[in-house]
Write a protein that binds this ligand. Structure first.
Ligand code: ZN
Length: 228
């Protein structure tokens, strides 16, 4: 490490993304490494009736949920590198050699202005740094729909994102195998809409990766609530 790096570490020691204990270069402290709600085996790959294929290292609950909310709504952009590292590890295990482009689910222009950054883009950049590459802007969002997090019903979430995305001007999509990165997957509505958009732009395949997903039983509950 260079001198400036060493001084910065002394002044702002790296902290665990989840409990904020000081860590020694790792994304996660040892206590969290043991206690976090990691997805195990097949749980780390969400495959559903919607044909979405999405890798996720963690379940969206407890301290994981807190960390992602801090990243998304409370300006904690310093959480993108450690969280992006966990996402990258899981995506590499699941899709190694299967994609030739990396992109992200963009936020709308109004929200970007308010927040100052696009959290999914930061996660994609963090993951790509580890892979020695860079993400490409392949999608743009048309305006700002109401936040998905404010909608619990799956049908309402699907309707809320329908037609919200399009291929970015000049983006090369046709024939490519794309890894699409976002922070969270709950009902999968946003990712499904982005995959549909990329496929209609000629993408050969689209794989998704997020930091955290909801548990399968929560998705079933949502689907059940939708039918009744
Ligand atoms: Zn920790």
């Amino acid at each position: 490490m260079n001198v400036i790096g060493a001084i910065l570490d002394l002044l702002f020691p790296p902290k665990c993304a989840f409990c904020r204990r000081v860590v020694d270069g790792a994304a996660v402290c040892r206590a969290c490494e043991k206690s976090l709600p990691w997805t195990k085996g097949e749980e780390s790959l969400r495959t559903g009736a919607d044909e979405l294929v999405c890798a996720a290292p963690l379940f969206y609950e407890g301290t994981v949920r807190d960390a992602l909310l801090r990243l998304k709504f409370h300006g904690a952009d310093h959480l993108a590198p450690p969280l992006g590292e966990l996402l990258a590890r899981c995506a590499a295990e699941r899709f190694s050699g299967e994609f030739d482009a990396v992109t992200w689910v963009p936020v709308g222009p109004g929200r970007l202005k308010k927040r100052g950054y696009d959290q999914a883009r930061l996660l994609a950049e963090s993951a790509c740094r580890l892979w020695g590459t860079a993400p490409e802007r392949l999608l743009v969002k048309n305006g700002d729909n109401p936040a998905q997090s404010g909608l619990t019903d799956a049908a309402a979430r699907r309707a809320n994102v329908l037609g919200m995305y399009e291929i970015a001007p000049g983006a090369q999509v046709a024939g490519r195998r794309i890894l699409l990165i976002d922070d969270i997957c709950t009902t999968g509505s946003t990712l499904t809409e982005c995959v549909r958009t990329l496929r209609s732009g000629g993408a050969e395949r689209v794989f998704c990766a997020v930091v955290a997903r909801t548990r399968p039983e929560e998705e079933t509950q949502r689907a059940g609530a939708e039918k009744s």
